[in-house]
Design a protein around this ligand. Structure first.
Ligand code: NAD
Length: 278
């Protein structure tokens, strides 16, 4: 099992991203170094963190001690809501990069649009300047819905490379996904396993496919994301699950199996609505 099995998704700025990565939301800062070390040993090369997770330093230590050449890694972090603006963005970026111990970042995201603050356009212009500096290669957004994306495209110059949104079988956000596809913005699916908040892995549409392929229900759901073209980074603290979630390149879901899972859509958001996070 090697990282070379992971397909790369082409971004609209010429860079590419490993389609399968490892997320560290709710990974305890004290355990992050060990957990990310495990993930890198298992073969993950794409790590998704955020300033608000409080674990950038642990991610940085695991990267430094791994000895993996920097160009083989893809590291994402996110600007927290309190740091939106202009100078505050530059300062927050510097601090994130320092905590990660990196010379450059692969992808920097605006974590939430926080529409009540009304600063995401200004923030994005600061992101454009960061990108020009070369210290971040690609810039994107997270939790942006169609109206937020429309405004960004109308008022700024650079099209985000990705929109990282809550996306799993009960909540597939078809309007945002379609808008993104039209504008060459890739979708990153957060909470790809529904954060364990509904019995996704027990649904017959998932369990039957798992049985048919001799795989686990989690592997089926990850496979569904990959075949839909989503970028995913499921999270687990447990090494055996990291291995399981990475072992998804030796089978393919049929059109019927894919369709049955896609039909589970029911606007079943498991976390906050982006307009309500400010
Ligand atoms: P997830 O859907 O990946 O669910 C994680 C939970 O699923 C784990 O706690 C674990 O208990 C369970 N799990 C993992 N592998 C399993 C397996 N093989 N079998 C059974 N259960 C398994 O949810 P997530 O961690 O919230 O999302 C993934 C990543 O997305 C995060 O770590 C983070 O990087 C990112 N994220 C971003 C935002 C955002 O606002 N941009 C919000 C939430 C998460």
């Amino acid at each position: 099992m090697t990282e070379s099995l992971v397909p790369r998704i082409q971004l609209n700025d010429g860079y590419s991203i490993p389609q399968l990565g490892f997320g560290v939301f709710k990974v305890d800062p004290g355990e992050t170094e060990r957990i990310v070390r495990d993930a890198l040993e298992v073969g993950y090369r794409h790590i998704d963190t955020a300033r608000i997770y409080g674990n950038e330093e642990g991610v940085g230590r695991a990267i430094a001690e791994s000895g993996i050449p920097r160009e083989e890694l893809f590291i994402t972090t996110k600007l927290w809501n309190d740091d939106q603006g202009t100078q505050s963005v530059f300062d927050a970026f510097d601090r994130s990069l320092e905590r990660l111990g990196l010379e450059y970042l692969d992808l920097y995201l605006i974590h939430w649009p926080t529409p009540a603050q009304d600063r995401y356009v200004e923030t994005w212009k600061a992101f454009e300047r960061l990108r020009e500096s070369g210290r971040v290669r690609s810039i994107g957004v997270s939790n942006f819905l169609v109206p937020h994306l429309e405004r960004l495209l109308a008022e700024t110059d650079v099209v985000p490379v990705v929109d990282q949104i809550e996306l799993h079988p009960y909540h597939q956000q078809p309007a945002t996904a379609a808008f993104a596809a039209e504008h060459d913005i890739r979708i990153e699916a957060w909470g790809p396993l529904g954060q364990g908040k509904y019995p996704l892995l027990e649904l017959p549409e998932v369990a039957d496919a798992a049985e048919a392929h001799g795989k686990t229900p989690a592997q089926v759901v990850i496979r569904w994301h990959l075949q839909r073209g989503n970028i995913v980074f499921p999270k687990s603290n447990r090494r055996e699950r990291m291995v399981e979630n990475f072992d998804v390149f030796d089978f393919e879901l049929s059109e019927a199996e894919m369709g049955a899972i896609t039909e589970l859509e029911r606007e079943g958001r498991v976390s906050a609505h982006p307009d309500e996070v400010n």
